[in-house]
Write a protein that binds this ligand. Structure first.
Ligand SMILES: [Zn+2]
Length: 431
């Protein structure tokens, strides 16, 4: 696939995936179209060599190719990413009426950079759980698509210090305005939206929901020479998309797997998060015999993909001078002596070797020694599964902003690297 078509697919995926539920559903559609068979966790699995996927909580997904060669001999080539992104989530009883405006109270999900949420044309999407007329409980996904809300800034005339010291109180300052009304309810709005989007359903009562606001400004290629991709949720839907597209090219002889977990931005401790048992459960059903499974894992390797911080020209002192990733110079191997990243010299060597042979540029990152380092699913999955792991990701600016920035070459470089990884037929012994 050529870079332009690849990037267009990525932009479309970002736009169609405002929540982890939509991100998972869209990946499932891609996999189904490519002949992957859906598995149900509540049913027995009879697995033969072939292509499969399974979802959990509608927000995490594992896809795998069970190779014709014995995985005990070949190991499983794995890649991981996360489906969630920092955002504003609607409270259970969110309505507030002030000065004739209906606003919805929000919780802050993950490490949101709050200031960029002002003055954006926001929409709302997520999962709704409801009771139907025949007294059954159902889930469905909704997406208002249109801009239906906004958080207007306070004018500078009313806060002369705004450019020096404006901070955001998430309880008081950030609830978006939906409309001018003193009586409209979230229940009525959701029922109307469900009728619009899913006319075949009969909703008697809304029982619960997980809805988040998002910016309707579509992801785009920007820059004088189209050097950049700007969009929401590049962290980490970019890696989810790259991982799944790479798996489509996997060699059918050897086994490979992509896991995309929810809840990374809030610590990964959930039934569907990387600190939960989802991957472990799927591996135990792929390879039921415990000894064979342990031998397979010992031969396997996980490439944990999550974005890295590019060195920002206006803030270059925030990086170690020798470890400042540049946009469009390739995927970044992330290393941390304190295991905030799971990369070790062996996995670093493996990925470097793979990039060198594929003529794919790559970079290396460590945090400044006097600054705290972020983390990701790599170390958590390594701990849960006991698998050799590498942390890698494309360099970006503005991580956790409502609009992030990546290089327009880097997703494609990472796609090429993971495609080589999944097409590699040799045993994953020590390098
Ligand atoms: Zn991330």
């Amino acid at each position: 696939m050529q870079k332009k078509a690849f990037n267009q697919g990525l932009l479309d995926y970002l736009q169609q995936s405002p929540t982890p539920f939509h991100a998972t559903s869209n990946l499932a559609d891609i996999l189904s179209d490519e002949g992957f068979k859906v598995l149900d966790e509540t049913q027995g699995w009879q697995l033969n060599p072939g292509k499969y996927f399974v979802t959990r909580n509608q927000s995490s997904i594992i896809a795998f190719v069970l190779g014709t060669d014995d995985p005990v001999e070949t190991g499983i080539r794995m890649s991981g990413a996360h489906t969630d992104s920092p955002c504003l989530k609607v409270k259970p009883r969110p309505e507030t009426y002030q000065q004739g405006y209906l606003q919805l109270g929000v919780e802050v999900y993950g490490g949101v950079l709050l200031n960029p949420w002002y003055d954006r044309d926001l929409s709302l999407a997520g999962r709704v759980t409801y009771q139907s007329d025949d007294k059954k409980i159902h889930n469905l996904l909704i997406n208002f698509v249109d801009p239906i809300a906004i958080v207007p800034s306070l004018a500078i005339h009313l806060d002369r210090e705004a450019n020096k010291s404006r901070s955001v109180n998430p309880q008081k300052d950030i609830p978006p305005i939906l409309m001018q009304s003193d009586k409209e309810t979230i229940e009525a709005l959701l029922k109307a939206q469900i009728r619009n989007e899913h006319p075949e359903t009969s909703v008697s009562k809304i029982l619960g929901y997980e809805l988040s606001f998002y910016d309707t400004n579509p992801a785009a290629t920007i820059g004088l020479k189209q050097e950049f991709i700007a969009g929401a949720r590049l962290d980490n839907l970019l890696s989810c998309y790259v991982g799944m597209q790479s798996l489509l090219n996997a060699d059918p002889g050897v086994s490979s797997l992509v896991v995309c977990n929810d809840h990374e931005e809030v610590g990964s401790a959930s039934s569907s998060g990387a600190q939960g048992p989802f991957l472990k459960d799927v591996l135990s059903r792929m390879i039921p015999d415990p000894e064979s499974r342990l031998r397979t894992i010992a031969r396997s390797l996980l490439v944990s993909t999550d974005n890295a911080h590019g060195i920002h020209p206006n803030y270059s002192d925030r990086h170690d001078a020798n470890h400042g990733p540049i946009l469009n110079k390739g995927p970044v191997i992330k290393i941390n002596a304190n295991q905030r990243y799971a990369t070790n010299s062996e996995t670093e060597g493996y990925f470097s070797f793979l990039c060198e042979n594929g003529e794919i540029p790559y970079q290396k990152f460590i945090n400044r020694t006097d600054m705290a380092c972020g983390s990701t699913i790599g170390p958590i999955t390594a701990k849960e599964i006991g698998i050799r792991t590498l942390d890698v990701g494309v360099p970006t600016f503005a991580m956790h902003s409502i609009r992030e920035l990546a290089g327009s070459d880097d997703a494609y470089y990472l796609f090429n690297a993971l495609s080589v990884f999944f097409a590699d037929q040799g045993p994953l012994g020590s390098v």
